[in-house]
Design a binder for this molecule. Structure first.
Ligand SMILES: CC(=O)N[C@H]1[C@@H](OP(=O)(O)OP(=O)(O)OC[C@H]2O[C@@H](n3ccc(=O)[nH]c3=O)[C@H](O)[C@@H]2O)O[C@H](CO)[C@@H](O)[C@@H]1O
Length: 368
């Protein structure tokens, strides 16, 4: 390894499912190489522009968005924005001079990986899902290594570049302390707690089903941590009842404590949510989003459900069945225990370390 500190750019974002794996990789780099310089590159206006600085890292934003499915004035500007973003990414790369670049998916990773690979800078993609994202598919031929979380990804990527690592989860996620968590959220240690998470942006179906179930939860003496996302939060705040232990939260900063407090979790089946449920060993009911490419959340959920490690309720059936199932599970500690044991078996606690090993191998190869 050279004496001067290594430099890394981590690019991508859009939603938590891209941002938090990127933060996990950065944290592991910083743990191993305390002097390393790490710069994030995201898309202006997207979630990474606040969440990444919250996690303690610098981020630069590009003016890049996706293509709308309809013909809109925004779409006409699309090629111009792509051109400008690639140019800005190229400038950033020349100024920052990274030893390697990581792409985690999402729009901002495209111009950055393009600019890096055209300058022969080592590059690695981390793909979270069992169905490859568009940006990652387009760039697969140009990058050096592709770290994936599921078998069978040769369908999308060159087999010789693939490494099966699992998804990188922030280490603190599975270290939350239950007593601290109950105190943090103002919950009663003598009551059961249900956590509802609609992915990083919130989920309408889960919000509607939860709002309708509030009287049943109150009657059953169940406490609730209900993550609503931005849009539904004002309404949910009116509907929830803190005095009865029913809490609505727009976004949960301390997911470690939210998981630690929960007896049962209702969740969308985004790739990182699923990986976190495995690591925290939580009994869960998964409601895959029907609005994602190739129905990939159902595939994420089935990886657990087919092993008896989680319960699946489809989005379509959530309004009638979700809370019957949740109340049943909350009153059945034995079943919770069974799900917990099985889901833990599917965890890949070494994912982040393996990804950083791969990244450092690429750097070493170039430097030696
Ligand atoms: C609608 C959509 O496009 N969803 C995709 C998005 O999901 P989404 O962004 O919802 O991602 P995931 O479920 O994979 O991960 C959510 C992440 O946000 C964190 N979190 C969530 C809520 C909260 O209040 N606080 C918080 O910190 C979770 O701990 C987790 O780390 O990216 C995932 C990974 O590519 C995909 O599998 C999903 O299909």
């Amino acid at each position: 390894m050279p004496n001067s500190p290594l430099r890394f750019i981590i690019s991508g974002g859009g939603t938590g499912g891209h941002i938090f794996p990127a933060v996990a990789i950065a944290n592991e780099l910083r743990r191993r190489l305390p002097d390393a310089e790490i710069l994030f590159v995201g898309a202006n206006g997207r979630m990474e522009m606040t969440r990444v600085p919250d996690a303690g890292y610098k981020i630069v934003g590009l003016d890049i968005t996706g293509l709308q499915r309809r013909l809109t004035p925004q779409n006409l500007m699309f090629p111009v924005r792509v051109f400008r973003s690639v140019r800005k990414a190229g400038k950033l790369i020349e100024e920052f001079r990274p030893d390697a670049v990581v792409g985690v998916g999402g729009y901002a990773s495209a111009p950055v990986l393009l600019a890096a690979t055209s300058r022969a800078i080592p590059s690695l993609i981390q793909e979270q899902n069992s169905y490859a994202g568009l940006v990652n598919k387009l760039l697969a031929k140009r990058v050096n290594r592709i770290c994936v979380a599921y078998d069978g990804m040769e369908k999308f990527f060159p087999a010789d570049k693939l490494v099966l690592t699992g998804n990188p989860v922030r280490t603190e996620i599975s270290r939350g302390d239950r007593a601290e968590a109950l105190h943090f959220f103002g919950l009663d240690p003598n009551k059961k707690t249900l956590l509802v998470v609609g992915g990083s942006l919130g989920a309408r179906t889960l919000n509607q089903a939860t709002a309708a179930a509030l009287p049943r939860l109150r009657e059953a003496g169940i406490q609730l941590l209900w993550q609503t996302g931005k849009l539904y939060f004002p309404e949910a705040r009116q509907q929830a009842d803190q005095a009865a232990g029913l809490h609505a939260l727009e976004f949960i900063q301390r997911m470690d404590l939210a998981y630690a407090a929960a007896d049962v979790v209702i969740s969308r089946a985004g790739a990182l949510s699923v990986s976190e449920l495995c690591l925290t060993g939580k009994a869960s009911i998964l409601v895959p989003s029907p609005n994602v490419a190739e129905d990939h959340q159902t595939k994420n959920a089935l990886a657990l459900v087919s092993k008896g490690a989680a319960v699946l309720i489809t989005d379509e059936h959530a309004s009638e069945r979700l809370y019957d199932e949740a109340l049943r599970l909350l009153s059945d500690p034995e079943r919770q225990q069974q799900l917990s044991l099985r889901v833990r078996e599917l965890a890949r606690p070494d994912a982040t370390v393996t990804i950083v090993d791969e990244l450092l191998k690429l750097v070493k190869r170039v430097k030696s």
